[in-house]
Design a protein around this ligand. Structure first.
Ligand SMILES: NC(=O)c1ccc[n+]([C@@H]2O[C@H](COP(=O)([O-])OP(=O)(O)OC[C@H]3O[C@@H](n4cnc5c(N)ncnc54)[C@H](O)[C@@H]3O)[C@@H](O)[C@H]2O)c1
Length: 329
C-alpha cells in the first residue's frame, strides 16, 4: 500500500452523507470500509460502490465494539432527522455515546485519527446569531430533541477527553443543514419534504409562519470540508462549523422549489414543533481561516441536482407519473 493510500473506516457509510464520503475517499484511491446497521442507511446508496475492489461494506451496530485495522475513522453513524432519532431515543443516545466510546477505543488501539460528525444542534435554540464555535448553546436537556442534541454534546466531550487524556488525534465538525441526492424522501427534513411535495403536486407544508431561516449547504461542499479538516494539521481539532452561511427563509425555499420543479403545489401552514429553532446560521470564519474552505455550490444549482435525484427515485417507485420535472434552465 502506498504511503498516501489509507485504510479508512466510515461509520454510517450507507447513509446520506456517509455514502458521498465513501465515494470521495474511493476516488482519492483509499481503501474504504463502510460500517452501518442500516437503520436509516440504504444498501442502494452504496450499491454503485460494491464493484470497487477498494470498497467493503459491513453490517454492524457501533454500540458494540469493532476490531479492525485502520488509519482513519470518520464516525458518522447516527440517525440525523427528528423523526428518525426520536423513533428510538434511547438507541440514539447510545449510538452517540456508546458508539463514540467504541470508535474512540478503536482509534486509541490502532492509533488512528478520528473524526466526529457533530451538529449545529449542539447550539440548541441559539440566542446568538450567527453561531460561532465558542457559543455554548441553549439546549433543553429533557425535551424530545435531547437524545440527539445531548448525545452529540456528550460525544464531543468524549472526543476532547480522549484527546487530552490519551493524546488521540481528533477532528470535530459541527455540521449545519445539508441537502443533496440520497437524502431520505420521508425524513421530514425541510428540503426533502418540499421537493417530494412539489414533485407530487401536493400542498407544501410550512411549520410556523415560514419566516424562520435556515442555511443550506450542498453535500459536495460539506464533504470537501470534511476532507480538508481531516487533512489539516493535528492542532486543528475543531470544533469547527461546516455549513453554508447564506440564510434563506423556509418560505423562500418553498417558493424556489415550486419554481424549479414547475409545480402546481400551494403553501400550507402548520404549528411549529416543540423546541424547533427559529433561526440558525453558521459563522464559518474558523473554517475559512484554518481550512481555506467555504461553500461554492449556489442553492439553485444544488436544488436542481437534488430535485433530479428525487424525480428519478419517485418515478422508479411509481409514486409520480414518470414525467420528468421541467427544471428551468
Ligand atoms: N445531514 C445533515 O444535515 C446533518 C446535520 C448535522 C449533523 N449531521 C450528522 O452527520 C451524520 C450523518 O448524517 P446523515 O444526514 O447522513 O444521516 P443518515 O441517517 O442518512 O445516516 C446515518 C447513518 O448511520 C447509520 N446508523 C445509525 N445508527 C447506527 C449504529 N448504531 N451503528 C451503525 N450505523 C448506524 C444509519 O443506518 C445511516 O446509514 C450523523 O452523525 C448526523 O448527526 C448531519
Amino acid at each position: 500500500m502506498s504511503a498516501t493510500r489509507k485504510r479508512i473506516l466510515v461509520t454510517g457509510g450507507a447513509g446520506f452523507l456517509g455514502s458521498h464520503l465513501c465515494e470521495r475517499l474511493l476516488a482519492q484511491g483509499h481503501d474504504v470500509l463502510c460500517v452501518d446497521n442500516y437503520f436509516t442507511g440504504r444498501k442502494d446508496n452504496i450499491a454503485h460502490l460494491l464493484g470497487d475492489a477498494n470498497f467493503e461494506a459491513h453490517r454492524h451496530d457501533i454500540c458494540f465494539p469493532l476490531y479492525v485495522e485502520v488509519d482513519e475513522i470518520y464516525n458518522l453513524a447516527c440517525p440525523a432527522s427528528p423523526i428518525h432519532y426520536q423513533f428510538d431515543p434511547v438507541q440514539t443516545t447510545k449510538t452517540s455515546v456508546l458508539g463514540s466510546i467504541n470508535m474512540l477505543g478503536l482509534a486509541k488501539r490502532v492509533k488512528a485519527k478520528i473524526f466526529l460528525s457533530s451538529t449545529s444542534e449542539v447550539y440548541g435554540d441559539p440566542t446568538v446569531h450567527p453561531q460561532r464555535e465558542d457559543y455554548r448553546g441553549n439546549v433543553n436537556p429533557i425535551g424530545p430533541r435531547a437524545c440527539y442534541d445531548e448525545g452529540k454534546r456528550a460525544a464531543e466531550t468524549l472526543f476532547f477527553d480522549y484527546h487530552r487524556q490519551h493524546k488521540l488525534r481528533i477532528r470535530v465538525a459541527r455540521i449545519f443543514n445539508t441537502y443533496g441526492p440520497r437524502m431520505h424522501p420521508n425524513d421530514g427534513r425541510v428540503v426533502s419534504n418540499f421537493i417530494v411535495q412539489a414533485l407530487k403536486g401536493e400542498p407544501i407544508t410550512i411549520y410556523g409562519n415560514g419566516e424562520q431561516t435556515r442555511a443550506f449547504c450542498f453535500v459536495d461542499d460539506l464533504i470537501e470540508g470534511f476532507l480538508r479538516l481531516m487533512a489539516a494539521s493535528d492542532d486543528v481539532t475543531g470544533p469547527i462549523n461546516i455549513g453554508n452561511p447564506v440564510e434563506t427563509t423556509v418560505r423562500e425555499l418553498a417558493e424556489t422549489i415550486i419554481d424549479l420543479v414547475g409545480s402546481r403545489s400551494t403553501l400550507e401552514t402548520r404549528p411549529l414543533p416543540i423546541d424547533d429553532p427559529v433561526q440558525r446560521c453558521p459563522d464559518i470564519s474558523r473554517a475559512r481561516n484554518l481550512l481555506d474552505w467555504e461553500p461554492r455550490v449556489p442553492l439553485d444549482t444544488g436544488l436542481k441536482r437534488t430535485i433530479a435525484y428525487f424525480d428519478k427515485l419517485l418515478t422508479e417507485r411509481g409514486e409520480i407519473s414518470g414525467k420528468r420535472a421541467k427544471l428551468k434552465a
